[in-house]
Design a protein around this ligand. Sequence first.
Ligand code: NAD
Ligand code: UGA
Length: 478
Amino acid sequence: MKEIKNICCIGAGYVGGPTMSVIANNCPQIKVTVVDKNEERINLWNSEDLKNLPIFEPGLDQIIKNCRGRNLIFSTKIRENIALADMVFISVNTPTKKRGIGAGQASDLKWVEACAREVANFAKGHTIVVEKSTLPVKTAEVIKEILDSSTRSQRKDKPLASFDVLSNPEFLSEGSAVKDLLEPDRVLIGGESDDAIISLNNIYKNWVPQNKILHTNIWSSELAKLTANAFLAQRISSINSISALCETTGADIREVSRAIGTDSRIGSKFLASGPGFGGSCFKKDILNLAYLSNHFGLPEVADFWEAVVHLNNWHQHRISKLVISKLFGTVSGKKITVLGFAFKANTNDTRESAAINICKDLLEEGAYLKIHDPKVEEKQIATDLAMNSIMSIDFKGENQSNKKKQNWEKITLLNNSFKDTDAVLILTEWEEYSEIDWQLVSNSMRHPSWVFDARSIVDPEKVLEANLKLWRVGDGSL
Ligand code: NAD
Ligand code: UGA
């Protein structure tokens, strides 16, 4: 069994950064180097001021402070660090393919393949390659083939190398990444070589109880990751579908969630109805599962999982339509406050955020949006809305024909978000939004004014007392 002294992780993203920081912090005997081809990202990981780390995760700054420069290094020197490593984690992005066979469904594995080739070319001695990225079942076969073909064709100028491949998918959630990594429900290690499995097992054993470290075959491990995300997303689509029914029948989704969640077979987690799931992975992983199912001749299985994504899209557009309908059927020229742009609280990540589709719908209908989010930067919002805050549409208001106006702006101070707006739309459950003084807000809005709470974080009584109209997701009593 190989004792691991040097780890190299390729990919310094939302997974590579926090995962390796936690390994380094718990294993001072191991040197952990996180490499990335994106120099700007690496520079941010090396920022003196920990507020400038490229991703925001509660508790991560302290861990980085503890071990960066000690046994945690962030670097752009990919080849050199592969050569030094006993174990290489592949933690690069695996987005949905945009073109070619499987476009719109299959995962694009070009970055994973590029990593396998780099490892094949520059690794020395026996190297354990660990799939940390979420990958379609059977990807390990591709990686192994690339690695093996390199060992077969080793030239004199190439260092001698041999490889084992393991699957070790990551289950962390953004916003609670550090906690999830420190106290995981389980760590999953799939592989064929018992020695390699034990080497990785022994790293986790430094802080994870052995009974939480599961060993499986490599295909089960790859498939379990896709399945876990598909099941979680399915629960959200299920509860969101029922929220629409609640609104038309007089039921309340919070009561329904509580009632079904107390059944120990169902469980209470992941039953909060919201604006629809976002994040970089749920949609991509379900579509990938559907693609694989079709590929293996199981179209009924593919249809089942695709419906989860369809429901999610429908639900997001349902919310924008509802806002428009409550505002007398038109939002043209009306100002709307949007609270939250991240796909969930405690992260600056906006990938697949419900806010993107909902804001685009409202902009399309001519609304002017005042967008607030405590962590998301204006340039990210501009990229997501694919329009620039100062370019934007021709706004032909009554006395302003042909005058160029911007159609959205990022508001930095929460208290400045409400002046003259007709509606407040809450899309991310940031804690500060649950502490808003609705009387003060009401005083600065244009009446009649609405609060649309897609996250169930406001106190309905306080909103109604402040002479504001209220819609809450799945609340049929309003
Ligand atoms: P990310 O986009 O934040 O980071 C990936 C990084 O890999 C980027 O910085 C990119 O520059 C780098 N990269 C790509 N190709 C490279 C190469 N050939 N050499 C060097 N660097 C390269 O992605 P992420 O969110 O960290 O996700 C990574 C993987 O983990 C994905 O497969 C994802 O499905 C999975 N995952 C993500 C999460 C999450 O919460 N984000 C959780 C569990 C699993
Ligand atoms: C999710 C999984 O929870 C992780 O286990 C997994 O590792 C990760 O995907 C991944 O593979 O990328 P993440 O996307 O970070 O993690 O966040 P979640 O907490 O799962 O939330 C996803 C979306 O569902 C968010 O938009 C969230 O607001 C929404 N959600 C979640 C609800 O609408 N209701 C809920 O009850 C829970």
